[in-house]
Design a protein around this ligand. Structure first.
Ligand code: GLN
Length: 501
């Protein structure tokens, strides 16, 4: 039996498009059929832009027919996290606040995708304004993990990763402020990359915590994420924190199949106590494969990581309290109570009361408190100092090793509802992903197997020094190849509940 087209990788779809054995319109329609069949169960998408996607696909097909030279990803479908603007297409950020808003401009990520001819199928579900680790904080209902529909798909970008795992799209875009690309990738058995801060433009990325936010590529394979990375990365004058440096050769790096002579550091603080036994089992097996592929493994200690979570949950809410002040009922989204009898301030208060969910309000209040005079130095100031210490821990570690590794998350996917009443338990999911954001370096998660105790995917995290994102692809590509030759097939091919027939 031949593999269904939606089961292929983006690289395979690209080859089929180039050879003419499938058209971009056929490919888009095959994915819309799949979405119609399974998204009632998964709820990965908030909005489908069938008309726009099919127009883009038809234009790619016409250009190909005319013999134009196209980008390799031209005609390949993609799912876009609903926190990036796409001209004329609803952008809600998973919030009621922005219901009905159609941005008048494309984010730079979207502009780059369009330029390459990528076909954007629709917008994916997320925790409200990207705050959360389970996608349960969406105002539009949770997304379900395709491996077990009673479980969370991670967050905040659970919709993007679930769409990949359920074969609703071969490529997706996520954003990662404290782990929102890597943690969903880990629990859905897919790949997700948070590039170096500043490598991908934030123009048109609705801000949560501006000094941490970064968009990145998600897919089912390391090579596919590398292809997408090269499309979305690059200097952009519209983002003042954009880095003016050439984009590295991610595709080339992803194709390297050994790590001879490389030194890989296992972060002691992120790979022991508090981690599920089966997560550590699969993580350690992956380390053995890297040794077999030529790497030397050493243990590295990063003592300041102990304070990373606390520092993040002061810095991110502080920036949130400022960034979300723009939702004032005047400029974007909904407006409540404006019947002529109320002052602008009353309308603003009513709108923010109705428009924001519980977690967003919690963060605004926390952040406002952390920034208040009298407390500023004790909270926000101290958190910024911790940030410096974490950066120094990484610098010291990268003086000894090429990359650092850890499990991406302490556990596999938990049940929907299990942690929704316990914000601290929810925050602890991010313990291994947050240090990367605080330091502004690169982080990747790729699947390293299924935990023996529950049969759910385990994520392997690779961290690379700033602007050396190629190293993640190099090590990730090598590990993925070693794992696949051990298993005889890619992990994503075994998702039980929604297996492609
Ligand atoms: N889970 C983290 C939070 O709730 C990270 C979210 C993100 O990366 N957008 O803040």
């Amino acid at each position: 039996m031949s593999t269904p087209i939606i089961h292929q990788t983006a690289a395979e779809m690209s080859a089929d498009l180039a050879s003419g054995s499938v058209t971009a319109v056929e490919l888009a329609n095959a994915h819309y059929d799949r979405i119609a069949a399974v998204d009632g169960d998964v709820h990965a998408f908030l909005h489908l832009d069938r008309e726009g996607a099919l127009a883009q696909a038809a234009s790619v097909d016409a250009s190909r027919k005319a013999g134009e030279k196209l980008h390799p990803l031209a005609g390949v479908p993609l799912a876009l996290k609903d926190v990036l603007t796409q001209k004329g297409v609803p952008t809600t950020c998973g919030s009621k606040m922005l219901e009905g808003w159609r941005p008048p401009y494309d984010s730079t990520v979207v502009a780059n995708l369009k330029k390459a001819g990528v076909v954007i199928l629709g917008k994916t579900n997320m925790d409200e304004f990207a705050m959360g680790s389970s996608t349960e904080n969406s105002a539009y209902g949770p997304t379900h993990n395709p491996w077990d529909l009673s479980r969370i798909p991670g967050g905040s970008g659970g919709g993007s990763s679930a769409a990949l795992a359920a074969f609703e799209a071969p490529l997706a875009i996520g954003t990662d402020t404290g782990g929102s690309i890597r943690q969903p990738a880990a629990v859905t058995g897919t790949v997700g990359v948070k590039p170096t801060y500043g490598a991908v433009s934030r123009y048109g990325l609705v801000a949560f915590s501006s000094s941490l936010d970064q968009a990145g590529p998600c897919a089912r394979t390391v090579l596919d994420t590398a292809m997408l990375h090269e499309v979305i990365a690059g200097y952009d004058a519209k983002d003042s924190t954009s880095i003016n440096a050439p984009v590295g050769k991610m595709i080339e790096a992803a194709k390297k199949l050994d790590v001879k002579g490389m030194k890989i550091g296992v972060v002691k603080e992120l790979s022991g106590e508090g981690y599920q036994a089966g997560v550590l089992t699969r993580f350690n097996e992956a380390l053995d494969l890297l040794v077999a592929a030529g790497a030397e493994i050493v243990e590295v200690s990063t003592p300041s990581f102990e304070y990373a979570l606390a520092a993040y949950y002061l810095i991110a809410p502080s920036e949130t309290s400022s960034n979300l002040a723009r939702f004032d009922s005047m400029r974007y989204g909904i407006r409540i109570g404006d019947d002529g009898s109320r002052s602008a301030e009353e309308v603003m208060n009513m709108t923010r009361e109705v428009g924001f969910g519980k977690e967003v309000k919690r963060r605004i209040i926390l952040g406002t408190y952390a920034l208040s005079s009298g407390y500023y130095d004790a909270y926000y100031g101290s958190a910024q100092k911790v940030r410096t210490l974490i950066k120094r821990d990484y610098e010291a570690a990268f003086a000894k090793v090429d990359v650092l590794v850890s499990p991406t998350c302490p556990t596999t996917a938990f049940k929907i509802g299990e942690k929704s009443d316990d914000p601290l338990a929810m925050y602890l999911n991010d313990v291994a992903t947050i240090p990367v954001n605080l330091a502004g370096i690169g982080g990747m998660s790729l699947p390293c197997g299924l935990a023996p105790e529950d049969g759910l995917p385990v994520g392997f995290q690779i961290m690379s020094p700033a602007l050396k994102d190629e190293l993640m692809y190099h090590v990730g590509g090598t590990l993925e190849a070693a794992l696949q030759s051990k298993w005889g097939k890619p992990l994503y091919a075994s998702a039980p509940e929604l297996a492609v027939k």
